[in-house]
Design a protein around this ligand. Structure first.
Ligand code: TYD
Length: 148
């Protein structure tokens, strides 16, 4: 399923979307360019993830993120109480994924060489995290009650 086909039932939450990277190749190599839909305050990257390990298992209340793979691949599942969608991220693909706030995420299937780069709209704030799925469902329903 593509991001464009993705519909959330009864909700106005912003959808995840692919951002195409511009790629300029010449004799001196490749330049990959990404124009961002928000100003970012933080960069972090994941690497050295052991075979079979999974990360994430949280949602953010207000953070916007861009995920891209300078190297290797991983699977990113974005879940709401009414939906689930899996995005395959890989370095060969000239696109990045914008993950808006409000999605429970699970990262899996890291290739051994994976470097998962994340551009984040805000500095680290532990209070922006929801780390219990039950709490996430309650938060989501409360937010959606006010949005609908
Ligand atoms: P977390 O965001 O849960 O990582 P992942 O979703 O990849 O599993 O972060 C793991 C730990 O690192 C957690 O204790 C919070 C800490 N952390 C920071 O201190 N600053 C940061 O910018 C990030 C992303 C995490």
């Amino acid at each position: 399923m593509s991001a464009e086909n993705y519909t959330l039932r009864n909700v106005n939450i912003e959808r995840p979307s692919w951002i195409n990277q511009n790629r300029i190749v010449d004799n001196a190599g490749c330049l990959q360019i990404l124009e961002l839909p928000f100003h970012f305050n933080r960069i972090y990257y994941m690497h050295g993830v052991p075979d079979g390990a999974e990360r994430g298992f949280h949602a953010h209340k207000s953070l916007h993120q861009i995920f891209l793979m300078p190297k290797g691949s991983l699977s990113l599942e974005l879940v709401t109480p009414t939906s689930s969608q899996v995005f395959e991220l890989e370095s060969g693909s000239p696109r990045a994924l914008h993950v808006p706030p409000g999605y429970w995420r699970v990262l899996s299937k890291f290739s051994r060489d994976a470097i998962g780069l994340v551009l984040a709209s805000e500095h680290y704030d532990k209070d922006d995290y929801i780390r219990s799925f039950d709490e996430y469902v309650n938060w989501y329903n409360e937010v959606m009650r006010h949005e609908s």
